[in-house]
Design a protein around this ligand. Sequence first.
Ligand SMILES: Nc1ncnc2c1ncn2[C@@H]1O[C@H](COP(=O)(O)OP(=O)(O)OP(=O)(O)O)[C@@H](O)[C@H]1O
Length: 236
Amino acid sequence: MITINNISKKYRGVEVLNVPNIDIPTGQSFGLVGNNGAGKTTLFNILLDLIRPTTGKITNNNIVVNASEEWKTFTGSFIDESFLITYLTPEEYFDFIGDLRGMNKADVKSFLSQFEEFFNGEVIGKKKFLRDLSKGNQKKAGIVAALIGNPEVIILDEPFANLDPTTQIRLKQIIKNLAEKQGITVLVSSHDLMHVTDVCERIVVLEKGHVIKDIQTSQATLKELEAHFGATINPE
Ligand SMILES: Nc1ncnc2c1ncn2[C@@H]1O[C@H](COP(=O)(O)OP(=O)(O)OP(=O)(O)O)[C@@H](O)[C@H]1O
C-alpha cells in the first residue's frame, strides 16, 4: 500500500532522515518508535506531503504523494492540533470533514455514535469550540476526524500521548479493529512501547533518522524494545 523509497531529509545540510526502503502492505498495522528527534514526525509529514523530502519518493496506493493529491481521498491522518479548525465546535468540525469525504450530517452523526464511550461525554454536545477543549479531548476529536469517511490508510502521530489511561485502552481497541477487522493500513508512531507492541504487527525503530530495527511483533518484542532503549541509558 505504502512504499518508501530512498527518502532523506536535510535541514541546512544536516540530514535528519535517511530511509532507503520500507514497504507497508495493505492492512498492516505499522508502528514507528524512536527517541525524541529520531525522525518519526518528519517521515509522517513527508508521507502526508506536508514537507518535501530532499531525496526519494513515497507512494501511497501507487500514487506518488507529492505528485498528485488523489491519495487524500482514502487517507485519514492526525499529526497534531494544527489539523483542527479550532474556532469550530467538534460537531462543526466533524461535519466539515464528513462533507469533504462525501458524508452528509446524518451519516456523520451515525458514524460518531460508535465513539460515545471514547469521547466519554467530553467532546460532543458541550457547546465548546475545539480550542477550548483540553489537550486530550482535542486529540480525541482529531483522531476520530481522521477515521471519518472509511479511509483505507490511517496515519496517527503519537495518538496515545495526552490521553488518560482509560482512553488509551479504548484507543488501542479502536486501532486493533481498524487493522484486524476492517483491513485498514494503520501507521502509528509512539513512545509507549507497550501500547505500540499491543496494537502493531510490525515495528520499525528509528534512531537519528535511520531504521535500526524492523520487527514482526511477537511476544518477545516488548522485551527486545525495552532492552534496546534501556541499553541507551545503561550501556554495559
Ligand atoms: N524545520 C526544521 N528545521 C530544522 N530541523 C528540523 C526541522 N523540523 C525538524 N527538524 C529536526 O529533525 C529531527 C527529527 O525531528 P522529528 O520531529 O521528526 O522527530 P521525532 O522522532 O518525531 O521526535 P519526537 O519524538 O520528539 O516527536 C530533529 O532533530 C528536529 O530538530
